[in-house]
Structures are given as structure tokens and as C-alpha cells.
Design a protein around this ligand. Structure first.
Ligand code: CTP
Length: 437
């Protein structure tokens, strides 16, 4: 229907990006379910200035016009319009036929980067130019959906060849300077698809990292006090993508080899010590959070940031838009570690370890454990294994049934019961009742 609507207007419609790549890589024997579809409409090469258009008349950009027309047929879809960027999206959520589907429609465009890592400016252009602004050759293929030549594959930059040779290759030397998050994307695609980073592409990555662009971008963001720097938002979503994927370990390893963690902070290196901590965290999460009540990718990211010198952690966490409790954790990690190190040697009874460690939440205890000497870590693991979930053998209701009237003393009684339970002075209800008396 969308192709018909495009053709009626004399325009061209293309399937682009990851969907084309995945279609070409798909096993013909298996069904490929596309849930995220990118389309580009070429509105006939007319020059189109989004800003001027918004101000001077109300004609919609081709992508917006098409999406609105399609929504008239599929009224159950939600329509999101970004007139400024000449794009529109149609979203189906839990649809009985389409299930969850996201269609992004963009107007063919070129993006200019007036200075490195800035937001793109938009100007209408042909499909070739639109594809040229993309990250890798394998993502710069297009499939024509309209007549004439419906079904034609447009491959201007050798994407098909790179798909066959399993190579991740950028389209031009400045690609990573313009958008440093592409380094993370290159790694993600390489590991996920089992591809190699093409030789020269790797060189461009090294060049971009050594050029110090990240330090520059970060200092610009801090000094201009932008609330949500666009680059950091994109970096965060790439980090999330990688750290929650099943292949997060080899991907992180490759990021480390490329020294790409310097995008997060210029001093961040994936050295042996950080690897050791990451492995420990992973074991801790498997053991103490098997139900995945925590967001594991976030804890992994916290470990990376916690590896920075204390004075940098809060700012980086803030820039990467960590949750408030996560920012607080990183800010308090040093004092929590010092507190535990100082007081732990005095602890002998289980209840004493409990009192020391109970004020900290699980991610904080994991962070403290992996950054502390072995004797501290062992005690924290012991606390999490045996004592963390211990409850007093009687609760408030039990006390009422035993004839005690609710009073501020209740808390003290329950506390005493917990200590006695932890230290194994009582082991069942009967001994608990005797203890209370
Ligand atoms: N793109 C780009 N540079 C970026 C992000 C995206 O050039 N920094 C382009 C690529 O052509 C990409 C398309 O936008 O194919 C869509 O981006 P996205 O949905 O993030 O990636 P997909 O290729 O669809 O990959 P995935 O399957 O992981 O979603």
C-alpha cells in the first residue's frame, strides 16, 4: 500500500539500512521477522528546506505526507512526525496481525556535519547521497519498492561484496570523526555477524581515537552545560545495546583492543584489572541475582565507570544519563569501600557482618566486593550467600499473638530476634518464643 501511495505521487520508495542487510544475510529456509523497517522516499530531487518550509507554507515533506496517508488506511498505527528532520514513523504495538512493528520513513537527504560530532543538518537529495551518509557499506544498500525496476538492489559502495566477504567497511575516511558512536556500531556488527573490521576501517578507528576528538567533544559538552548532549545519548544507547547482548564479552574485548572506551572518558582503558573486575561482577550477578531483578547491562556499565578515578565518575555517569541511584552509588563508592575496610576487621559474628553490610544495596555490594582485597570480597560473598535474606524467626503478628501490645519496643524485639537468628542462638519458633520471654 505504501508503495502504491508513493507511486501515485510520482515518487520513489526504498527499503534501506539493517533490513536490507538482514534480508540478504538471511537463511532462505527460515522466516525472517522484520520488526524495525527503515524506508527512504525520494521526492523527486526538488530542493527542500525543512526550516523554511515550516515557516513559509504548510506542505509536508514527502515522508510525512506518505506516513499520514498510510495511517488513514491503518488507523490503529501511531504516527510520530519529525517535520524538522523530514521523517515520520508508524508504530504498531501488540497488533493482532502485525504484532509489534516500527516503520521509519525518511525523506532522501544528505547530512552535513559542520564540525565533528555535531548534529546533522538536513537537506533534500537523491537516494545515492542518502546512502552515502550511512555508517557501513553493508548498511548502505537499498531495495527499490516502487516501479519501474521494483525489487532492484542499489549497491553504490560495494556493500554486497562486503557482505559476501564478511567485512565491516566505512564509506569514507571521516566517518568515525563525524560520529564516534560508529566505532561501537562497527564492533557490534562485527561481533554479532561474525565479520572482520576491514583493514583501512580499523586504521580510521585508530586515527579517530588518537585525534582526541572525544576529549574535545566531552569538554565541549561540559562547558556548554547542555542537558542532554546528543552524542552522549547515542553513545549510551550503543553501550546498552552491546552490554545487554549475549555477545557482550567479545564485543567489550574488541572495544578494549581498539581503545574505544576512551569515548566514554579519555582515561578509561580495558586493562587486566578491569577485566578481572568485570568477570567477578558477572559471576556475582549470576549467583546473587539469578532472577535478573537488577538491570545487568547497567551494573556492567557501572563497573566500567567505577574504574575511573573517583573525581570523574559522577560527571561521566551524569553525562551518560545514569539513573539517580546509580549516580549516587558511584559517588558514594569510595566512602562505602573505606567504611567496610575499616570496620570489617572488627566483625566476628554473623550479626556484626550483617549490620555492616545491610545498609548497602546489591549493586553497591558487588562494586565494593570487586574493588576490594580478597578477604573483604569473601566476606561480602558470604554475607550475600547466607545472611542477606535472613529474617527474624518471629514477626510483629507473632509477637501480638504472644500477648505483646504493639509499641516502639517491638522494633527492638524484632532486631534482637534477628541478631539471635543470625548468630544461631535460636533456630526455630519454640526457641524464638523462649528467647523473647
Ligand atoms: N546509521 C548510520 N549511523 C549511525 C546510526 C545509524 O549510518 N550512527 C544508519 C545505518 O544505515 C543503519 C540505519 O541507520 O543501517 C538504521 O540504524 P539502526 O536501526 O540503529 O541499525 P540497523 O542497521 O537497523 O541495525 P540493528 O539491526 O542492530 O537495529
Amino acid at each position: 500500500r505504501l508503495a502504491e501511495l508513493t507511486q501515485e505521487r510520482g515518487w520513489q520508495l526504498y527499503l534501506v539500512g539493517g533490513a536490507v542487510r538482514d534480508l540478504l544475510l538471511a537463511d532462505p529456509e527460515k522466516t525472517l521477522l522484520l520488526t524495525d523497517i527503515d524506508l527512504v522516499v525520494d521526492g523527486c530531487h526538488q530542493s527542500y528546506n525543512a526550516v523554511e518550509n515550516n515557516q513559509q507554507n504548510d506542505k509536508n515533506p514527502p515522508a510525512v505526507e506518505l506516513a499520514s496517508a498510510l495511517q488513514k488506511t491503518y488507523s490503529n498505527a501511531r504516527l510520530d512526525v519529525h517535520g524538522q528532520f523530514q521523517t515520520a514513523a508508524l508504530l504498531w504495538h501488540n497488533d493482532p496481525v502485525l504484532d509489534s512493528l516500527w516503520i521509519d520513513i525518511a525523506t532522501a537527504r544528505t547530512e552535513f556535519y559542520p564540525y565533528p560530532a555535531a548534529n546533522p543538518e538536513v537537506e533534500a537529495s537523491s537516494i545515492r547521497q542518502d546512502l552515502y551518509r550511512r555508517d557501513f557499506t553493508i548498511n548502505a544498500l537499498a531495495l527499490r519498492l516502487t516501479e519501474p525496476y521494483q525489487g532492484e538492489l542499489l549497491d553504490f559502495f560495494g556493500g554486497m561484496n562486503d557482505l559476501q566477504n564478511r567485512q565491516i567497511r566505512v564509506l569514507h575516511a571521516n566517518s568515525f570523526i563525524e560520529d564516534p558512536t560508529r566505532i561501537y556500531r562497527a564492533v557490534r556488527f562485527a561481533v554479532r555477524l561474525g565479520f572482520e573490521l576491514e583493514f583501512q576501517t580499523k586504521d580510521y578507528i585508530h586515527y579517530a581515537i588518537n585525534s582526541g576528538i572525544y576529549e574535545k567533544v566531552q569538554s565541549e559538552n561540559y562547558s556548554t552545560q547542555q542537558r542532554v548532549p546528543a552524542l552522549e545519548t547515542r553513545l549510551k544507547s550503543e553501550l546498552k545495546y552491546i552490554l545487554q547482548a549475549p555477545y557482550w564479552k567479545p564485543a567489550l574485548q574488541l572495544l578494549g583492543e581498539l581503545k574505544a572506551l576512551r569515548c566514554i572518558h579519555p582515561t578509561l582503558e580495558l586493562n587486566q584489572e578491569l577485566w578481572r573486575q568485570i568477570r567477578l561482577v558477572d559471576r556475582g550477578l549470576i549467583r546473587f541475582d539469578p532472577e535478573k531483578t537488577l538491570t545487568h547491562w547497567q551494573v556492567r556499565l557501572e563497573v566500567l565507570i567505577a574504574h575511573l578515578a573517583p573525581e570523574y565518575r559522577g560527571d561521566v555517569a551524569d553525562t551518560l544519563q545514569f539513573t539517580l541511584d546509580s549516580i549516587e552509588r558511584l559517588q558514594q563508592l569510595e566512602s562505602a569501600k573505606a567504611d567496610v575496610m575499616k570496620r570489617m576487621p572488627e566483625c566476628q559474628l554473623a550479626s556484626q557482618f550483617y549490620r555492616l553490610l545491610a545498609p548497602y544495596d546489591l549493586p553497591m555490594l558487588i562494586l565494593i566486593a570487586v574493588q576490594s582485597p580478597r578477604w573483604v570480597r569473601r566476606r561480602i560473598w558470604q554475607y550475600l550467600t547466607h545472611w542477606w535474606t535472613v529474617k527474624p524467626l518471629l514477626n510483629g503478628n507473632d509477637l501480638k499473638q504472644l500477648g505483646y501490645k504493639p509499641s516502639p519496643k517491638f522494633k527492638q524485639m524484632l532486631d534482637d530476634l534477628l541478631v539471635a537468628t543470625l548468630d544461631k542462638q535460636i533456630c526455630d519458633r519454640k526457641s524464638a518464643e523462649a528467647f523473647i520471654k
